[in-house]
Design a protein. Sequence first.
Length: 119
Amino acid sequence: QVQLVESGGGLVQAGDSLRLSCAASGFAFTTYAMGWFRQAPGKEREFVGRINSSGGSAAYADSVKGRFTISRDNAKNTVYLQMNSLKPEDTAVYYCAAAPPLTARYAYWGQGTQVTVSS
């Protein structure tokens, strides 16, 4: 069955870095665009960034642009979110999601990993 499993979250201090991973299985990963989203307590889920199926193109929310980088290893069916210069407002549960070819909607979602940034 389809699985997206995030890992790498934790508690860090402002200014630190973290790298999240999302291991995918059960679908044609190399043909799917992959996205990262986050949800802070009491707030709606928000888009963080997206990478196309080949890994050649990525887009980011303004709030993370220049600090976060999405990459993927199609040989390992894994997508990454490198987060640098973390801020307390980056505290959230981070989710990865998979979008089928030629669609903008996300069909599959992971269970999320908690990132907490202390000031």
